[in-house]
Design a protein around this ligand. Structure first.
Ligand code: NAD
Ligand code: MG
Length: 392
């Protein structure tokens, strides 16, 4: 049975995948600040046991999935209580569809989030999606499943939340263009020559947002914006020629929508991911956001905008091209990027080699149209193997 009643309010039962991450911990902040609205019933995390234990002790979920057996054994010894534990891919699915879950917050990083998302949709669970890799690797499957099961896919990514908020009360056929804003990441003021020898530490230093390592590198290469263009294509059913990227270094305007009468709506706010996370959890309602900073535009004074340069940011170009080709091309884009970014973070390749790896993987691939889940998974694995051989 979904949801139970306290007074006249529904308490939404949440499953949170990626609880120890940047989005995960901010989601927990939101849940904790509205205990009359939300309760955490299931969660997952990878390897941060210390934080995992803190979260379990505090939120007392019924089920916890972890990545590997070792972490699972440690947790079982630590908690003799009523918390149930699991590990591996099946446990991640079990967490996603755990008994009575109303809303799955998918905040894992990478295409590992795909199958749990599809299973949750099959179980009629609303999806709050931060995990953009899932929409990039198999956006057609996710949106088809969601339509078939009449399940809501609510965006958590700030740009997509902004677009979603601008679209409230509008009809699809009046939309002329989506404008996705981009901060430009850690290296926005560097030339391509200067990018040759940048370090991991420099790349991890994002000017506006504090986020997980993978997305911070994606922001520096601009692949993050490329992935977001594909994400917007699927979430809002918009052709690629109607999605633009606009550089806006202050990250105050989170994105915009242009309508056929040339009116443009924008959504603004101080950069704080708890805003879009909470909106996905409360939609279509709004609640006060605890400890939030009011946006005072006079304090900022000026906002800046620039055209996105596709020669400077090759990953953005690759993303548009892969998206337009469709089929398994975005799967290759995503898998190659995940492997290359992991290698860069381990110091195995240089920054600009990330885009080389992606380019070579894309060049080699012949896209398969309308792939099913198994084909997606096979292409994902083959691409990872290919990039691994490039690196070694
Ligand atoms: P993160 O690295 O901080 O956290 C990732 C979480 O996933 C961690 O809890 C980790 O333990 C867990 N995880 C990783 N691999 C796993 C596996 N195989 N099984 C189970 N759990 C696993 O990442 P993040 O910055 O929170 O980003 C999460 C997702 O949200 C990404 O897709 C990212 O692109 C997207 N996103 C993040 C932000 C942000 O501000 N951080 C903004 C927009 C979108
Ligand atoms: Mg974003």
């Amino acid at each position: 049975m979904h949801s139970y009643l306290i007074g006249s309010e529904f308490v939404k039962k949440i499953s949170l995948l990626g609880a120890t991450g940047s989005i995960g911990t901010q989601t927990l902040d939101v849940i904790q600040s509205h205990p009359e609205q939300f309760t955490l019933v299931a969660m997952s995390f990878g390897s941060n046991i210390k934080l995992g234990i803190e979260i379990i002790s505090k939120f007392q979920p019924s089920f916890v999935a972890v990545k590997d057996k070792e972490t699972y054994e440690t947790l079982k010894l630590h908690f003799s209580s009523n918390v149930k534990f699991g590990y591996g891919d099946n446990a991640l699915i079990e967490a996603a569809i755990y008994d009575g879950v109303d809303c799955l917050v998918n905040a894992v990083v990478g295409s590992v989030g795909l199958v749990p998302t599809l299973k949750a949709i099959e179980n009629n669970i609303t999806i709050a999606i931060a995990n953009k890799e899932t929409l990039v690797t198999a956006g057609h499957l996710v949106t088809e499943y969601a339509a078939k099961h009449n399940v809501k896919l609510l965006p958590v990514d700030s740009e997509h939340s902004a677009i979603f908020q601008c679209l409230q009360g509008e009809t699809d056929k009046t939309i002329d263009r989506l404008i996705v804003t981009a901060s430009g990441g850690s290296f926005r003021d560097k030339s391509r020559e200067e990018l040759q020898d940048v370090t991991v530490k420099e790349a991890l230093n994002h000017p506006n947002w504090s986020m997980g390592a993978k997305i911070t590198i994606d922001s520096a290469t601009m692949m993050n914006k490329g992935l977001e263009v594909i994400e917007a294509h699927w979430l809002f059913n918009m052709p690629y020629h109607k999605i633009d990227v606009l550089l806006h270094k202050e990250s105050i305007i989170h994105s915009l929508v242009e309508f056929q009468d040339r009116s443009i709506k924008a959504q603004l706010g101080t950069p704080d991911m708890r805003g879009p996370i909470q909106y996905a959890l409360t939609y279509p309602d709004r609640l006060p956001l605890e400890k939030s900073k009011r946006l005072e535009l006079w304090e900022i004074g000026k906002l800046h905008f620039e055209k996105a340069d596709f020669k400077r940011y090759k990953c953005l170009q690759y993303a548009y091209e892969s998206g337009k080709i469709g089929g398994t091309m975005p799967t290759v884009l995503n898998a190659a990027n995940e492997e290359a970014v992991a290698a860069f973070l381990k110091g195995e390749i240089k920054f600009l080699q990330i885009e080389d790896c992606i380019e070579r993987a894309l060049d080699k691939h012949e896209s398969i149209a309308h792939p099913g889940l198994e084909q997606i998974q096979e292409v994902d694995q083959l691409t990872r193997n290919f990039v691994q051989t490039l690196i070694s």
